[in-house]
Design a protein around this ligand. Structure first.
Ligand code: GDP
Ligand code: MG
Length: 162
């Protein structure tokens, strides 16, 4: 069995864009409309001769207490099935309350979590990542999924966790 990586984060942070990069496909729907990816979407990828499976999710809103949507349930199922969770946040939008709530929920799954700051194109990565340390999930990795930047390095750094 190939190791499974689940992409999690609030809507519009770039999960589907990263999925497409990791699987080199156009399968996941990418849009400006938050919450477009409703179901779990599976794909396979390979880095340096090492194969993995990726699961794109609709994401978590960070409002799980009040609103237990089908999308959130699907996302939780994807997390349970995963060997590793990539928690995506938006480097341009900065840290928000929903990110903190998602981080808290993710801790309950006892899965390895890698914090990935996306959309770091055209910004100072150091300045942008500083505030995300507060999530207590270790050193954030920076990428610009839309430009394919940082993805090789990201995959190399998570490989020991798979
Ligand atoms: P999802 O809801 O988390 O799956 O997010 P999507 O992958 O659908 O992306 C949401 C929006 O963010 C789209 O307009 C993407 O083009 C944009 N986006 C994704 N990655 C990047 C990036 O690295 N830089 C910038 N500037 N925009 C990005
Ligand atoms: Mg999506």
């Amino acid at each position: 069995m190939k190791p499974v990586i689940a992409l999690v984060g609030r809507p519009n942070v770039g999960k589907s864009t990263l999925f497409n990069q990791l699987t080199r496909s156009r399968d996941a729907l990418v849009a400006d409309l938050p919450g477009l990816t409703r179901d779990r979407q599976y794909g396979t990828g390979r880095v340096g001769g090492y194969g993995y499976m990726v699961v794109d999710t609709g994401g978590l809103s960070g409002e799980s207490d009040t609103l237990d949507t089908l999308m959130a349930q699907q996302t939780r199922q994807a997390i349970r099935e995963a060997d590793l969770v990539m928690f995506l946040v938006d480097g341009r939008a900065g840290l928000c309350g929903a990110d903190e709530m998602i981080a808290q929920e993710l801790r309950g799954f006892n899965k390895p979590i890698v914090l990935v700051v996306n959309k770091t194109d055209g910004v100072d990565p150091q300045a942008v990542t500083a505030e995300f340390h507060r999530l207590g999930l270790g050193e954030p990795r920076t990428i610009a999924a839309a430009h394919g930047r940082g993805i090789q390095g990201l995959m190399a750094s998570v490989r020991p966790l798979l």
